[in-house]
Design a protein around this ligand. Structure first.
Ligand code: ATP
Length: 577
């Protein structure tokens, strides 16, 4: 249960609210204790023929019951409000930490599974922090108060009536470990179901185009069956606890009635006392029953907390870089013997190069040669296995991440747009930008004509992930977004891959003057874009096979020349087609 300790810092800010809840709860239980005592007084009044006394006891009993209803509501609201606030705090912290994770984290966690942590796991924790804590606190108070009253009425009978309770503790202890294990399995299984739904929605176009719906449905059915199976095991475990909890109360009453009845007949106990004794016992029944439920709730929340641990257990990320303070200084970049592997799979081998500040550098190479991976290392999304990257002579690993991001304008290969308008997407991170800048940016990435043809212009909504735009339009919006934010170091990962050769050349021609004075690395499979650049690194199977000026490389008989030749042949083929 150590995982539940994570909850304590989240409970602390609400200790006053919780304390108020506890105070109302104490009052509720004190009033609950009055009721059987009034019952006892009423019965004794009946036995003594005291009608006036009976009326008073009845009135007080009713008053206690009404007041108890009110205080109960007041305490409930405080506990549940605390739980809702904790849920909000946890959700906020989760997202902050998620956004602070580096790329390998996302390689190892599935989207649906991460999403289910924000929904199902948080609900489990909220349930425990609200109903769970309330029920537990209430049970402790009911047990304490009732025990005092039971002992006051008859210590001997109390011992007899409470005999079944240790049996309950044994069952609870035996089942709770297994409940935790199976709750974890259920949450993991739900993560896989969520993952399949997420993939089904985001990949719907591919599923339809490839006629994969039947296969996806079959896999989904398997995942669902697995989820059902694991839930059934959990339900069977819970079913072991509930009957025990249900039986305990009546069993105690039975013992009290049998042995207490004998004492009443022997004249050792009053009838009113026996009835009050039973009424106190009955008050134990409901909290006892709910304890079984709290047990499963606790195990589910503990399993959920363990799933949040990889995120919440990481140090709080540094404050995110403010967009207003972009750093436009062009850095010198140097790599010394960079090696990198995705898990066990080596991808980059001993990359060494030197780029002076303000240089325009191409990164050439065939598909899968490691271009994107190199740019990811330079943008510090991944860290090299061995070797170092130096930025202005300083080790990239030692640099302040936020300061480095302020200097960086990175355009990933598959740029992602956010739900919202075209304007919002182009000016993300530069909210103070005006229409003038917006138009300049659109012009620089050759979007102005297309936007003019959209009925709503820059107010056009791009759809989730930019689905309402073409792949090429999405790429250009991402380029425009980087242009609006700007930075001294530009890492462009094949940002023209969805554009035809002519448009790619046009966008690049418009972009180049705007990048003057920046250090720029452009990765692309199109060698023609590297003309006039200061330097080109040519990658092959994760190693640098050549580097030099484009003219030198074109003149030499090497992998660059072969890439150029292949591009020329492809262009000829396209032309003749
Ligand atoms: N997240 C990842 N996990 C595991 N392997 C990966 C991952 N990303 C890329 N790879 C592998 O690393 C190798 C280099 O990929 P990379 O994307 O860097 O190549 P690239 O030159 O940019 O290719 P392309 O031009 O097709 O985009 C490939 O073999 C690829 O399968």
């Amino acid at each position: 249960m150590k995982s539940l300790r994570f909850l304590i810092p989240y409970l602390l800010p609400y200790r006053r609210l919780l304390l108020a809840g506890v105070v109302w709860l104490v009052l509720t239980n004190a009033l609950a204790m009055v009721i059987p005592w009034m019952l006892k007084g009423g019965i004794e009044a009946v036995e003594g023929g005291n009608y006036r006394g009976l009326a008073w006891f009845a009135l007080l009993l009713a008053l206690a019951a009404v007041l108890r209803g009110g205080t109960r509501q007041l305490s409930r609201l405080r506990f549940l409000r605390t739980a809702r606030r904790i849920e909000v705090d946890l959700r906020r912290d989760l997202l902050t930490r998620l956004l602070g994770q580096d790329a390998p984290f996302f390689d190892h966690h599935r989207t649906g599974d991460l999403l289910s942590r924000f929904t199902n796991d948080l609900t489990n924790i909220r349930m425990l922090a609200g109903f769970g804590v309330l029920t537990l606190a209430n049970a402790v108070l009911v047990y304490l108060f009732s025990l005092v009253m039971l002992l006051a009425l008859s210590p001997g009978l109390t011992l007899i009536a409470l005999l079944p309770y240790p049996f309950m503790l044994i069952v609870v202890k035996r089942v709770s470990r297994r409940l935790l294990q199976h709750s974890t399995l259920v949450q993991e299984s739900l993560g896989r179901v969520s993952e399949a739904v997420e993939e089904g929605v985001s990949g719907q176009a591919v599923i339809r185009a490839g006629n994969l719906a039947e296969d996806r449905c079959r896999r989904f059915a398997e995942l669902n069956d697995d989820y059902l199976e694991r839930n059934l095991v959990l339900a069977r475990l819970r079913a072991l606890v509930l009957p025990v909890m249900i039986v305990i109360g009546p069993l105690a009453t039975l013992l009290a009635l049998y042995f207490g009845g004998a004492r009443v007949m022997a004249g050792e106990l009053g009838l009113g006392e026996l009835i009050a004794f039973n009424a106190y016992l009955v008050q134990l029944a409901w909290p006892t029953l709910l304890l079984g439920w709290v047990l499963t709730l606790t195990q589910r929340a503990a399993a959920s907390m363990e799933r949040l641990d990889p995120l919440l257990g990481t140090p709080e990320p540094a404050p995110f870089a403010a967009s207003a303070t972009r750093d436009l200084r062009a850095p010198a970049m140097r790599a010394a013997g960079l090696d990198f592997a995705y898990g066990e799979r080596p991808v980059l081998h001993g990359l060494t190069f030197d780029i002076p500040p303000g240089a325009l550098v191409g990164v050439a190479g065939g598909t899968g040669s490691g271009k994107s991976t190199l740019l990811k290392l330079l943008s510090r999304l991944y860290r090299p296995e061995s070797g170092k990257v130096f930025v202005d002579g300083e080790d990239l690993a030692d640099l302040d991440g936020a300061a480095y991001r302020r200097r960086l304008a990175a355009v990933p290969q598959e740029g992602r747009l956010f739900s919202g308008t075209l304007r919002e997407n182009l000016l993300y991170g530069v909210p103070e930008a005006d229409d003038d800048l917006l138009r300049q940016i659109a012009e620089a990435v050759c979007l102005e004509e297309e936007v003019a043809n959209f009925a709503e212009g820059y107010a056009t909504r791009v759809g989730e992930g930019g689905l309402a735009l073409s792949g090429g339009q999405r790429q250009r919006v991402c380029l425009g977004r980087a242009l609006a934010a700007d930075g001294g170091l530009w890492l462009l990962d094949d940002p023209f891959s969805h554009l035809d050769a002519a448009t790619a050349r046009e966008v690049w021609a418009r972009l180049r003057p705007r990048l003057a004075g920046r250090t720029v690395l452009l990765a692309s499979g199109r060698v023609s874009l590297f003309q006039g650049m200061d330097w080109v690194l040519v990658l092959k199977d994760g190693s640098i096979c050549q580097q030099g000026t484009p003219a030198e490389l074109a003149a030499a008989d090497g992998c660059y020349a072969r890439l150029a030749e292949r591009e020329r042949l492809l262009a000829e083929l396209e032309g003749s087609a």
